[in-house]
Design a protein around this ligand. Structure first.
Ligand SMILES: Nc1nc2c(ncn2[C@@H]2O[C@H](COP(=O)(O)OP(=O)(O)O)[C@@H](O)[C@H]2O)c(=O)[nH]1
Ligand SMILES: [Mg+2]
Length: 453
């Protein structure tokens, strides 16, 4: 299975290409979607970890997914991982297989897995890192943040920009309970500082690092924003996979070569990432929702990707105002889409279907009388505006007014078209009727003349 390049590097510049992904996802357009992405420093085993998620889904999340006899010596498939100094991944890759699951309430789900180039480490360009992390974070419903050795204050500092964007979104939408980002899970690799391991110890450790930051005003501000910007924060402590394995030239991720403690880590971490324990009714990864908590489809995700590409290409992805502008546009777009979906379906069915052969000679049931026509339009317009009003929309008054006007104009254009089509049919019918009357009168006159009556 090949990978799809979403962001790649050409001549030192990033190219954001959405078409291959759009094509791949087209058949899942109406599915709800989960996006799992991994980001973090260079050469810290990101691709390696992402591949265990792929393995888990490939084996249908079977209980024995890691220990199954026939996989103990198998190569680990997925994103390329390698023991070398130079980075392997540039930009952002999407795993070419989309996993389909079933959700108890939301029906079909598509799971998309992303791998990203190393960021926020020595030698990496800061604005490049911000751009890559922003795309990853905005697209994902679960963001894994990979760190080797230890989690420190500076790792959390890297999130400051995103926390301030999140805070801005919360402040501007104070009347709606809005959550800018979903799940953030720190994966600490090669943890050797004490005997703690796994998710519970890791999450306690994350809390302790956060509490240590409360000694400064800036630290408190960052923490508050992080806590409100993310739906859920967790941390998992992993042991080293095993020096013999990782250093060996023939190591291709064979389970048989991994240390037990690392395997225990995978057995806890991967199902945790792949099953949302906050939703008791189902066992799929966290579904992608909008900041205003609408469950999104693959189609909505593509709209988000288009918006992100636009700010990415304009170089404004590190500006909270631009990010907010892009996302409020997506949120208004979704409201229009929902309202227009209802409106278009009603417009398509407003006038009776008329076969081509009757185009010049409509019959009475091919058009509506004026009262009926106006009554239906009135009802459909009201319902369309009700749907528009019910849709959650991010605050941005001016932009919202423009979008509302756009919908109003479209509806009024449709009404004009429908009205003239209806009148046209009625007029043609009248002519036909008149012609028929003339014909009847003529034939009656003829009968009278020849006395056949
Ligand atoms: N020390 C250590 N090495 C790892 C770990 N996981 C994978 N590796 C090895 O680290 C190297 C780089 O892995 P890769 O997944 O390509 O790293 P990435 O650049 O972060 O994507 C490979 O040789 C892996 O086998 C880990 O948890 N600890
Ligand atoms: Mg990699």
């Amino acid at each position: 299975m090949s990978i799809i390049k979403l962001v790649s590097k050409q001549d030192d510049a990033f190219v954001f290409d959405v078409e291959a992904l759009r094509e791949k996802l087209a058949i899942y357009a109406d599915h709800k979607v989960s996006v799992i992405s991994i980001a973090g420093a260079f050469r810290t085993g990101k691709s390696f970890l992402a591949n265990w998620i792929i393995r888990y889904f490939e084996l249908d999340r079977d209980e024995n997914w890691l220990d199954s006899e026939d996989k103990l010596e198998s190569q680990l498939e997925g994103f390329e991982f390698a023991r070398q100094r130079e980075p392997v991944t540039d930009g952002i890759d999407v795993w070419g297989q989309v996993f389909e699951l079933e959700h108890a309430h939301h029906g079909n789900i598509a799971v998309v897995i992303l791998d990203t180039q190393g960021i926020f480490s020595l030698g990496s360009d800061f604005s490049e890192s911000v751009a890559i992390f922003a795309v990853s974070l905005f697209l994902s419903s679960i963001q894994i943040y990979n760190i080797r050795g230890n989690l420190t204050r500076s790792d959390l500092e890297h999130l400051r920009l995103f926390a301030s964007y999140g805070q801005m979104m919360i402040d501007q939408n104070s009347e709606s309970a809005c959550v800018p980002f979903q799940r953030l899970v720190f994966a600490i690799r090669d943890w050797e500082l004490d005997d703690d391991l796994g998710l519970e110890d890791g999450t306690k450790f994350l809390q302790s690092v956060m509490e240590e930051m409360e000694d400064t005003e800036e630290g408190v501000e960052l923490l508050n924003s992080l806590r409100t910007s993310f739906g859920k924060l967790n941390c998992h402590l992993f042991r080293h996979p095993g020096s013999d394995a990782v250093r060996s030239d023939d190591f291709q991720g064979q389970v048989a070569q991994l240390d037990e403690e690392f395997k225990d880590g995978l057995k806890e971490f991967i199902p945790f990432v792949a099953n949302d324990d906050t939703d008791n009714s189902s066992d799929v990864p966290t579904l992608k929702i909008s900041p205003l908590k609408q469950v999104l489809t693959v189609d909505d995700l593509m709209d988000q990707i288009d918006a992100i590409k636009e700010i990415f290409d304009s170089g404004l992805i590190d500006k909270p105002e631009s990010m907010y502008g892009a996302f409020s546009k997506v949120s208004h777009g979704k409201a229009v889409k929902e309202a227009a979906k209802y409106w278009n379906s009603k417009m398509n069915a407003l006038l009776p279907d008329m076969p081509e052969s009757r185009r010049e000679k409509p019959i009475r049931t091919d058009f509506l009388n004026d009262g009926e026509f106006e009554e239906k339009l009135d009802k459909y317009s009201k319902k369309t505006w009700e749907i528009w009003n019910e849709q959650p929309k991010l605050a941005d008054e001016e932009a919202l007014e423009n979008v509302r006007k756009g919908l109003e104009e479209k509806m009024s254009q449709d009404i004009d078209n429908m009205r003239s089509e209806n009148q046209n049919r009625e007029a043609l019918y009248d002519k036909t009727w008149a012609a028929r009357c003339a014909c009847i009168v003529a034939s009656c006159a003829c009968c009278v003349a020849c006395k056949c009556a």
